[in-house]
Design a protein around this ligand. Sequence first.
Ligand SMILES: Nc1nc2c(ncn2[C@@H]2O[C@H](COP(=O)(O)OP(=O)(O)O)[C@@H](O)[C@H]2O)c(=O)[nH]1
Ligand SMILES: [Mg+2]
Length: 205
Amino acid sequence: MFETRPDRGSEVVLVGRSNVGKSTLMRELTGHDFDAGQRPGVTRQPNHYDWASEDFVITDLPGFGFMKGVPEGVREEIKTDIVRYVEEHAGKILVGILVVDGKAVVDIIDRHSGPDSIPHDVELFQFLRDVGIPPVIAVNKMDKVDDRDDRLDEICDRFGLVPPWQQFRDTIAPISAKRGSIGPLNEAVREHLHEAGRDDLFQFF
Ligand SMILES: Nc1nc2c(ncn2[C@@H]2O[C@H](COP(=O)(O)OP(=O)(O)O)[C@@H](O)[C@H]2O)c(=O)[nH]1
Ligand SMILES: [Mg+2]
């Protein structure tokens, strides 16, 4: 598994639960439809998108967490694969985009929080930071969210950032991939690319 990665010096990865809109976002970023004819939730290989003339690749990693018909053991393996991939390529990964469903993520996090359990989304966010990759939380499906600012403040809080969310525009990016409204994500990613001295990659975001 994961032997398909093109040999590129720089990378941006997308991680997130299944069904949060990663493939839709990937399509929006690259103009390429990976999921055509594919059953949702069954992708266990990363989707790489690269350019012949550029030393850069965007990678959509497999969805983690609950998926209908996918046994617990397989879900664990998928998560392990994701962590391994990110660790292995951390030196090349400039930004990690954690995609969440703006409508559902707070409930999911609260349901999975306990005295000795960290929800997957929060764990991956911290993991990206731990390996030195700036994380951007792409809060997707904002077209379905009414109480926008309250919801974004709650999301901040759950990820350990003290609201108001507007202070963290380089980390919290409210978007609607399906509607093609991803400006805040592009801004956030650019900020990190700029900090890394990689303004040359602005053409992709
Ligand atoms: N309302 C809404 N639905 C979305 C948005 N982005 C994706 N979806 C829908 O969410 C479902 C899952 O999207 P997909 O890209 O396959 O998610 P993935 O499993 O994370 O790759 C599909 O039905 C999409 O049309 C969005 O911004 N708003
Ligand atoms: Mg997908």
